[in-house]
Design a protein around this ligand. Structure first.
Ligand SMILES: Nc1ncnc2c1ncn2[C@@H]1O[C@H](COP(=O)(O)OP(=O)(O)OP(=O)(O)O)[C@@H](O)[C@H]1O
Ligand SMILES: [Mg+2]
Length: 347
């Protein structure tokens, strides 16, 4: 059934009418449902607040120029990328969504999601918390996404997390990390070098282990995962983008009777830039002995985790991927990725 999306005015009424019920919080979104619009979720992005602060503007009254920039990047460009993703995966496998840019009530949970655990925003966080409790600040502009509500049924996540991001790098066995990363990201021969135990020592998300165990004894799931991965490989090869395999729930495999369907719920990377392509440029720089920028390091970390995840799962279902993170295959030890990713710190 087609989704009935609210008008911006109605959505604003619903959000300000205290009729939202919180159901989840992800890395970016605060996710709600409302009796006033059954059948959909309302997802408030916490990233918009940081963007406005970075522009040096008040979160409740950003300039027209800033609002136009957000609209351009977060609504228009993302809309075009969503259309492209639908053309690769088909509308049956993507979740319809509409995005709005509007003021939302400022809350301590929005402040915590946007600014908590980020040292460079600690000053703004305490100022805004004080304004919130004084009643001096009541709203913040935010991108809000409305999507059909998915009942939590029998679903598995295709997820990889960020195993080597910043301090997490120090919890990994450096040799195993290098072997797995070389096999899955730089060798061009993932199946030949694949070692499942080692893979799971690097990619430690519990949901990934559950997916691999279920794959072992469910032929229908294997077929669905192969079909999903083929489309993912085509998409990333053609666009130079990655998908967001970091969080559980972004890409789901859903059991419907005896059939597994896959669904991209929140799979579009938050970056409008082609992250895989830019990470390859960073790798070329590292190979030539040059330093890379913080932004390149972030893209490198994201592309490494994405490719390890999808090429590793591919190896588990005997699907070969020739997508690598360099212009040509590298020999073992050519590049020390952990040295780079451990330098990332929350800002
Ligand atoms: N359409 C939906 N229907 C029901 N629940 C949803 C829906 N979209 C998201 N959720 C719930 O909200 C959680 C976070 O969703 P989402 O991926 O959109 O947020 P996020 O901030 O991008 O999180 P992450 O950083 O983990 O990807 C999901 O794991 C799921 O529990
Ligand atoms: Mg997500």
């Amino acid at each position: 059934m087609p989704v009935l999306f609210p008008t911006a005015e109605d959505l604003r009424d619903i959000i300000f009418g205290s009729q939202l019920c919180h159901i989840a919080t992800g890395g970016e979104h605060l996710v709600y449902i409302s009796e006033r619009i059954p059948g959909v979720v309302v997802k408030i992005s916490s990233n918009t607040l940081r963007f406005v602060l970075r522009c040096g503007e008040p979160i409740d009254k950003p300039s027209d120029e800033t609002l136009q920039a957000i609209e351009q990047e977060e609504l228009l460009q993302r809309g075009e990328r969503m259309t492209r993703i639908c053309s690769y995966f088909g509308s049956k496998h993507t979740l319809e969504e509409r995005r709005y840019l509007l003021p939302v009530p400022l809350s301590s949970s929005l402040l915590a999601a946007a600014l908590g655990g980020r040292p460079s925003y600690s000053q703004e966080l305490s100022t805004l918390q004080r304004h919130l409790s004084d009643g001096a600040a009541a709203t913040a502009w935010a991108v809000v996404t409305v999507q059909p509500y998915l009942a939590a049924g029998n679903a598995l996540s295709l997820v990889g997390g960020y195993s080597d991001d910043g301090a997490k790098a120090d919890t990994l066995d450096a040799m195993i990390y290098s072997q797995v990363t070389h096999a899955l990201v730089f060798s061009g021969r993932p199946i030949e070098f694949f070692d499942r135990q080692q893979f799971l020592r690097v990619q430690t998300r519990r949901e990934l282990g559950v997916l691999l165990e279920t794959l072992d004894h469910d032929a229908a799931l294997r077929a669905a995962v192969r079909s999903l991965l083929r489309n993912i490989y085509d998409y990333v090869r053609d666009t130079g983008e990655i998908l967001d395999t970091a969080g559980p729930g972004n890409i789901l495999l859903i059991l419907d009777g005896t059939t597994w369907n896959y669904l991209l719920v929140d799979a579009l990377s938050i970056h409008n830039e082609p992250v895989l392509h830019l990470a390859r440029i960073a790798v070329t720089k590292l190979l030539s002995g040059s330093e890379i920028t913080g932004r390149e390091r972030l893209f490198l970390m994201k592309a490494l985790n994405f490719l390890r995840t999808v090429n590793g799962i591919g190896a588990c279902v005997d699907l070969n991927s020739d997508i690598i993170l360099s212009d040509q295959t590298l020999s073992f030890g050519s590049i020390d990725c952990l040295r780079e990713t451990r330098q990332l710190v929350a800002k």
